[in-house]
Design a protein around this ligand. Structure first.
Ligand code: FAD
Length: 391
């Protein structure tokens, strides 16, 4: 049953419509996209037509400017169709690259990239991680050198979601390579700019999404493609991490919840020793424990979503959300697979894919080790992080 503290009748109606949409328009294609690793363009456009890419976006540019619980529903329902890759392609577009456009881009750049992104006509990606290291963001080596009315970008990025088939890239690069945190700036780059090349990567899970390594060889872009101010890139990236990490926490509780529901259903049908396996106390207790863990994370994530929605800068709480929810999801899905016995290991049953897809949770968008560093700095050293842009 929907949690009435956070979800209104309108939210519940939206959930129903979005769930029906996913089952009608997306589910019939999931197996195909999981095999090809390429999500066809028509579905991006359908998401755009329905307004699903504009839930938290500015009305002036075609968005709906709805509260964050519409986003929560969007994320939860995407997890329930069990293609982590498809879900990632959709939420990365909405909440990684578009967050930077929303907060930092000029009016002209918003018209050129944000509006078509909301309409599903242009796909974007966010390029921060580099082959030399992702956790140490300030240590990035890609450079952007100002030359007259242009910036010239050189370097490379890796593990970029939507990195192969997107139309534009939001790229972090050093405008001052001698400075760590204050030397980073953000840019938008058209995919077809001379000198941009991508190589598709083969991964353990998230099979439907295209993940790529991207090289920039003397890529020349107009100075208008700088997002926000020069040298502020690091603080922009950190600011957006609050929403991004909560997004990943919500994804985690949603896939874990789906796994528990599936296991309960399976246990009510599977027989062993002359009775359905949901009669064995050891398995009943396992399910009780699993469901409790899911609920604890879910309720925490909802409360943090509420605080973020109300304008609070919840960097510590969003880090905690991702840290524990992704760990919980991995454990729950591992246990759910066990409850299915040999069938859990088969691709014809949903848990096998979930098991692979879930493993990226404690890695992507800030590893658990880095999240612990942030939390420790806040709660032990008293470090303060202040809100600087509207997220
Ligand atoms: C499928 C997928 C999709 C992704 N999508 C994107 C994307 O769209 N855009 C993007 O920019 N990036 C993306 N990433 C990159 C992801 O964010 C990075 O992989 C992640 O931040 C870790 O960086 P790394 O892989 O370079 O690991 P490293 O930084 O090399 O870390 C290796 C190990 O060392 C640990 N470690 C590093 N530093 C410390 C420290 N100070 N203290 C303790 N432990 C430490 C890490 O926790 C990790 O366990 C994606 C990754 C994957 C796998």
């Amino acid at each position: 049953m929907s949690n009435h503290i956070y979800f209104t009748e309108e939210h519940n109606e939206f959930r129903k419509i979005f769930r029906d949409f996913l089952h009608r328009e997306v589910v019939p294609y999931i197996e195909k996209w999981e095999k090809t690793g390429e999500i066809e363009r028509f579905i991006w456009e359908k998401f755009g037509e329905m307004g699903y890419f504009g839930l938290n976006q500015l009305e002036e540019y075609g968005g709906l400017n709805l509260d964050l619980f519409y986003t929560v529903i969007f994320l939860e329902e995407l997890q329930r169709i069990n293609s982590g890759g498809f879900a990632a392609a959709m939420w990365a577009h909405s909440y990684l690259n578009m967050s930077h456009l929303k907060a930092e881009a000029s009016h002209e750049i918003k018209q050129k990239y944000l509006t078509p992104s909301i309409e599903g006509k242009k796909i974007g990606c966010l390029c921060i991680t580099e082959p030399f290291g992702g956790s140490d963001v300030a240590g990035m080596r890609t450079t952007a050198v100002k030359q007259g009315n242009t910036y010239v970008i050189n370097g490379s990025k890796t593990f970029i979601t939507n990195g192969m088939y997107s139309d534009y890239l939001i790229v972090a690069a050093k405008t001052n390579p001698d400075d760590r945190h204050k030397g980073i700036s953000m840019f938008v780059i058209d995919r077809n700019t001379k000198g941009v090349t991508s190589t598709k990567l083969n991964k353990l899970g998230w099979k439907a999404s295209d993940t790529a390594e991207i090289a920039f060889d003397n890529v020349t872009i107009p100075i208008e493609n700088l997002l926000g101010e020069e040298g502020k890139g690091f603080s922009y990236i950190m600011q957006h991490f609050a929403l991004e990490r909560l997004v990943m926490g919500v994804n985690a509780h949603a896939r874990a919840e789906f796994a528990v529901e599936y296991a309960i259903q399976y246990m009510s049908e599977r027989e062993s020793f002359g009775q359905t396996i949901n009669k064995f106390q050891v398995l009943r207790h396992k399910i009780a424990e699993m469901a409790s863990k899911v609920d604890m994370c879910k309720e925490y994530n909802y409360s943090i979503a509420k605080r973020l929605n109300d304008g609070e800068y919840v960097v510590k709480e969003a880090s905690m959300s991702k840290l524990l929810s992704t760990k919980m999801a991995d454990e729950i899905i591992y246990d759910a697979l066990q409850l299915l016995g040999g069938y859990g290991y088969m691709e014809d049953y949903p848990i096998a894919r979930m098991y692979r897809d879930s493993r990226i949770g404690p890695i992507g968008g800030g590893t658990s080790e880095i999240l612990k560093e942030i939390i420790a700095k806040i709660i032990i050293d008293g470090k303060k992080y202040n809100k600087q842009v509207d997220i």
